[in-house]
Design a protein around this ligand. Structure first.
Ligand code: PMP
Length: 383
């Protein structure tokens, strides 16, 4: 079997797995305990925070460890909305955000917040001027993803952040960096970003680990009540083994970013070229997008049928994002890009990682061709 679902999750590095076991064995004490065992765990936590901060180019006090990007996004969006509601109740976002952003904002909408969904173009990108135009005197938050998890579309985050801060320095800018980190360089400090979410399992780290960068000076209302861990923002005993393992993955992802992109771009472009050879298929991503995601639709075929046919041929891909793939609804992301419902129901996402090479793409292309033959003959027989 060949696994092409890296945007959903990745195989952890052997060193990540080793670290979890070692730290669980050696540093099982509570990092908040004041005895020596606790202090050892706390030291490791401190060291992890330092490495994460250095890798992201921010201060250690600006790193909040979470259970993953779903939590980071909830913390960033609801925490901002609750803390700054006396300033205004207007939030700017798009309809193509990940469910953890989209649903957090919908929750706020039901609570009376006023939301502007900035349109995306047919490639899934927002325009900087449209974002700025949507911001008004009541706006407290702009929340955008850097790379779309379904199509790989890239928002011009640096430009948006810089322009936003020039005109509206008080508006808080949150970026979901989950699919971009380790692939696309972003200087947080120079991009006007106040809040930045990361997830470890998309970069060969463990599941259940993430972080939120919170620019110093910014206050968030904590979503959980309890202890004073993570600067009071995230009550609960820190999961030191998972945090230490995530730190390894974050450091490796950043160190290997350029090399990884140089390897993935030609593989992605070969796939894009192949999809272009099938006139009945619709390409929903482009070579201007992220290096690891290729998305296409096969109108008239159900996405699950395509997925299972490919699985029988030894290839693992996904339909929509993993968080929405059990819904039978058409993809909200594709609909927002102006695609038809038929296209939005028949989308297949292929996502690549550092373990892939040209031979794997040969096998994938062969399987795609076989899949089409099988589905066409099945359709003919069915008629
Ligand atoms: N944002 C994006 C863009 C994602 O792709 C994902 C994972 N599907 C998340 C947020 C949520 O991350 P996690 O799985 O760590 O909760």
């Amino acid at each position: 079997m060949l696994y092409f679902d890296y945007a959903a999750s990745t195989p952890p590095y052997p060193d990540v797995i080793r670290t979890i076991g070692e730290v669980m064995n050696r540093h099982y004490a509570n990092a908040s305990s004041i005895h020596g065992y606790g202090e050892d765990a706390e030291r490791l936590l401190k060291r992890s925070r330092e490495v994460c901060a250095k890798t992201l180019g921010v201060k250690t006090s600006e790193i909040v460890f979470t259970s993953g990007a779903t939590e980071s996004n909830n913390m960033a969006i609801k925490g901002t909305a609750f803390r700054y509601r006396s300033r205004g109740k207007h939030i700017v976002t798009t309809k193509t955000e990940h469910a953890s952003v989209y649903e957090s904002i919908r929750f706020l909408e039901q609570m009376g917040y006023d939301i502007t969904y900035v349109p995306v173009d047919s490639e899934g990108q927002v325009k900087c001027e449209d974002v700025l135009e949507a911001v008004g005197k009541d706006t407290i938050l702009v929340s955008l993803m850097h790379v779309n998890n379904e199509t790989g579309a890239i928002h011009p985050i640096m430009n948006i952040g810089q322009q936003l801060k020039k005109v509206y320095p008080k508006v808080i800018f949150h970026v979901d960096g989950v699919q971009a980190f380790g692939k696309i360089k972003l200087e947080l400090q120079q991009s006007g970003i106040d809040l930045y979410s990361l997830s470890a399992h998309k970069i060969r780290g463990p599941k259940g680990a993430g972080l939120l960068y919170v620019r110093s000076g910014l206050e968030l209302t904590p979503l959980m009540s309890g202890g004073s861990q993570e600067g009071g923002l995230r009550a609960g005993t820190e999961n030191v083994p998972i945090i230490a393992a995530m730190t390894k993955a974050i450091r490796l992802a950043e160190e290997q970013r350029s090399e990884l992109c140089a390897r993935l771009v030609p593989l992605r472009d070969r796939l894009i070229e192949e999809i272009g050879r099938h006139p009945e298929w619709e390409l929903n991503s482009s070579s201007k997008g992220a290096p690891h995601i290729v998305h296409f639709s096969y109108p008239g075929m159900k996405a699950e049928v395509i997925l299972h046919t490919l699985e029988q041929l030894g290839i693992i891909v996904s339909t929509q994002s993993a968080c929405s793939s059990k819904y039978t609804e058409p993809s909200r992301v594709l609909l927002a890009m102006g695609k038809s419902e038929e296209i939005a129901r028949s989308g297949i996402r292929i996502s690549l990682g550092d373990t892939h090479n040209d031979e794997h793409i040969d096998q994938l292309i062969h399987a795609l061709q076989q899949m089409k033959k099988r589905l066409v003959s099945f359709e003919g027989w069915n008629r």
